[in-house]
Design a protein around this ligand. Sequence first.
Ligand code: NAD
Ligand code: TYD
Length: 348
Amino acid sequence: MKILITGGAGFIGSHVVRLFVTKYPEYQIFNLDKLTYAGNLENLKDIEDQPNYTFIKGDIVDEAFMNEIFQENQFDAVIHLAAESHVDRSITDPMAFVKTNVIGTCNLLNAARETWKGNYSKHLFYHVSTDEVYGTLGETGMFTEETKYDPHSPYSASKASSDHFVRAYYDTYGILVKVSNCSNNYGPNHFPEKLIPLAINNIQNMKPVPVYGKGENVRDWLFVKDHATAIDAVFHKGKVGETYNIGGVNEWKNIDLIRLLCDTMDEKLGREKGTSQKLITFVTDRAGHDLRYAIDSSKIMNELGWKPSVTFEEGLAKTVDWYLENPEWLKHVTSGAYQHYYEEQYNR
Ligand code: NAD
Ligand code: TYD
C-alpha cells in the first residue's frame, strides 16, 4: 500500500511517519511537507534511509503540484496532517491558515477526487484535526463526536472548515474519509513556541515563563506517541465516514501544569525546589482564549480498543528527559540551523 502522509516533518507527523515506516515495512510511506518553520527533517534522521520511506518537498497550496504528485505516485491512501498549527500565529496572520488549512486541504481532496475517480472504494482520505473546532467548555462537560462545531480562533476556524470540506467530499462525491479530532499533544520534537516545549526551554535557560492571563485555562494533554497509535487505530480499524475524538483524559490548568513542570525540571537539573517557579510570569491574555477543552474518548477506546500508554507524569518526565538529552535538536531549532538540513541531506 502506498500512503501519502502530509506534514510528516512536523511534530505529530514525524511520530506518525516513524510509526508507519517501522511498524509496516510492507507499506510505502511518502512524506510530503513544505518545510515551513515548523517542518524539521532532523526529526526523522533515524528512519530517512529506510527503503519504504520517501520524502517529497511540496506545498499543498500548490494545486498543480498536488495533482502531479497524485498522478505520478497513485497513492492508495492519504493521512493529512500538514497545517499551520499555532493559535497565536493565526491571530497575527489568519490568511496563512486559510491558505494551508482550507485551500491546501481542498487541493488534496480535489487531487484525490480526480486520481481515484471510478475507484473510490479502494482508497481512503484520513484527515487529522483538533478538538479546538468544538470551541470552549465551561467548568463542566466534555466534547463528544456529536458536539456542535463552534470555533473561536482563526486556527480552529480554518481546521473546522477543512473538516467540513472533508465530510462534504464524502457526502457529495463518495470519497471514503475518516476524521479524528485530538486534544493538545506534548512530547519529543515539539516546536518551542507551544506551551510545554517553550517552558522547558525557558526554564532550562533561566528565562521568564510566560503564562497567559491568570493561567486558569484548562487543556487535556496527550503524549504524542499515543496520538500516533490512535491514528494507526483509526486508519486501520475506524469506520469510514466517521469521526473519532482522541484525548488523554488528562485535564490540567495551565498554571498547575507549569508548576509541575518547574518542579520536574528542578529535580532533573539538580536545582533547589522552587527555583524554576520563580520564573513564572503572568502576561497579557491571548485574544479569544478558549477557557477549557476536555475530550470524551470513549468511542475510540470502546470501539477500536485504543488507550493512552503513559500517565501525564510519565509522559512529562520522558519529554523533559528528551529535551535535556537532545540539546543539539533544540539548538538547531532556536538558531534556525535545522532549516538547512534538507539542502544538506537531499539536495547535494
Ligand atoms: P506542526 O506545526 O508541528 O507541523 C505541521 C507540518 O506541516 C510542518 O512540518 C510543516 O512544514 C507542514 N506544512 C505546513 N504548511 C504546509 C503546506 N502548505 N504544505 C505542506 N506542508 C505544510 O503541527 P503539529 O502540531 O504536528 O500538528 C499536525 C496536525 O495535527 C495539524 O493538522 C494539527 O491541526 C493537528 N493537531 C495538532 C494538535 C497539537 O496539539 N499539536 C492537536 C490536535 C490536532
Ligand atoms: P498552546 O501550546 O499554544 O496550545 P493551544 O493554544 O492550541 O491550546 O497553548 C496551550 C495553553 O497554554 C493555552 O491555554 C495558551 C497557554 N499559553 C501560555 O499560557 N503561555 C504561552 O507562552 C503559550 C505559548 C501558551
